[in-house]
Design a protein around this ligand. Structure first.
Ligand code: NAD
Length: 294
């Protein structure tokens, strides 16, 4: 069994770390929020006083932080964590951040002889708890193989998207499409209902027709159509509007970087931005229906 440093024990990091603990690994954890640490130490993990102490002697270091600035700040900024990580430690960075940031940190790690992969996830908090996340990995194939036994304890599907930063890019492409298709589904349902159709009947028709998609099949935005969907629970839980907005912002940054055109992604970003500004940031992103519903 390995000694694993786990830094960032939020909505996603905490259940992911618990799955590694359940698999029998020795966990040394750190988070800026003491309550987040306590949940893990109660379950048998050791706590470290800071991030540098957490990675000391670790076989593997995993980070799950909010955004690019936190990741760059930790590895390259004030904490300068890379200077405290041994070349024998494998680094698995799971946060969703800009591909440019992922490349920058991976490059600095490589210069120190440290193996590092970007491994953002899809599957949300339910997938993190169930150990069924999808990992979308960027980096050397050899580093991914070294990480695989650990990723398999936290997820079900593991993809190698390409070199450093590619995991982030693939994840952003997926989430941009998700944002667009959810807004489009909400728009189509609202159009039908405004013209007298029943939302459940219309959803059933679309689910068996050419407009079918992940939202109509598993995550319908109309309240009451799907009992288990956030829409039927006051849009509580699920994937927040502000998280979707963050990912659409990352897609816009990637588009600027590559001089690519993403007109629908930009439109979706503006829709979610308006929706968030109206106070809906913490609600599930399928609440975008509120922009269309009469
Ligand atoms: P979160 O805000 O719940 O957790 C982040 C944790 O990092 C917090 O506990 C915070 O205290 C800690 N932290 C921040 N800076 C730190 C530092 N310097 N040292 C130690 N700890 C630090 O966020 P989350 O929902 O767990 O998401 C984490 C990442 O996963 C994000 O990049 C998010 O986009 C991505 N993600 C989230 C979901 C989701 O459904 N929540 C799904 C897929 C991907």
């Amino acid at each position: 069994m390995s000694r694993i440093a786990f830094i960032g024990l939020g909505h996603m990091g905490s259940p992911m770390a618990l799955n590694l603990l359940k698999a029998g690994h020795e966990l040394v954890v750190f988070d800026l929020v003491p309550a987040a640490v306590k949940a893990l130490t109660d379950a048998g993990a050791q706590s470290a006083p800071d991030a540098r102490a957490a990675v000391a002697g670790a076989d593997v270091a995993i980070t799950m932080l909010p955004a690019s600035r936190h990741v760059e700040g930790l590895y390259l900024g004030d904490t300068d964590l890379l200077a405290h990580i041994a070349p024998t430690t494998l680094v698995i960075e799971c946060s969703t951040i800009a591909a440019e940031s992922a490349r920058k940190v991976a490059q600095a790690a490589a210069e120190r002889g440290i193996r590092m992969i970007d491994a953002p996830v899809s599957g949300g908090t339910a997938g993190a708890a169930a150990g069924t996340l999808t990992f979308i990995v960027g980096g050397e194939a050899e580093a991914l193989e070294a990480a695989r036994p650990y990723l398999e304890k936290m997820g079900k599907n593991i993809f190698h998207a390409g070199s450093a930063g590619a995991g982030q890019l693939a994840k952003i492409c997926n989430n941009m499409l998700l944002g667009i298709l959810m807004a489009g589904t909400a728009e189509a349902l609202a159009l039908g209902v405004a013209n007298g159709l029943d939302p459940k009947v219309l959803s059933d028709i679309i689910s068996k027709s050419s407009g079918r998609n992940w939202a109509t099949e598993l995550y319908n935005p109309w309240p009451g159509v799907m009992e288990q969907a956030p829409a039927s629970k006051g849009y509580a839980g699920g994937f927040g509007v502000d998280l979707m907005l963050k990912d659409l912002g990352l897609a816009a940054e990637a588009a600027l970087h590559a001089r690519a055109s993403t007109p629908l992604g930009e439109l979706a970003r503006n829709l979610y931005s308006l929706h968030s500004a109206a106070g809906n940031g913490p609600l599930d992103f399928s609440s975008i229906l509120g922009l269309y519903k009469k």
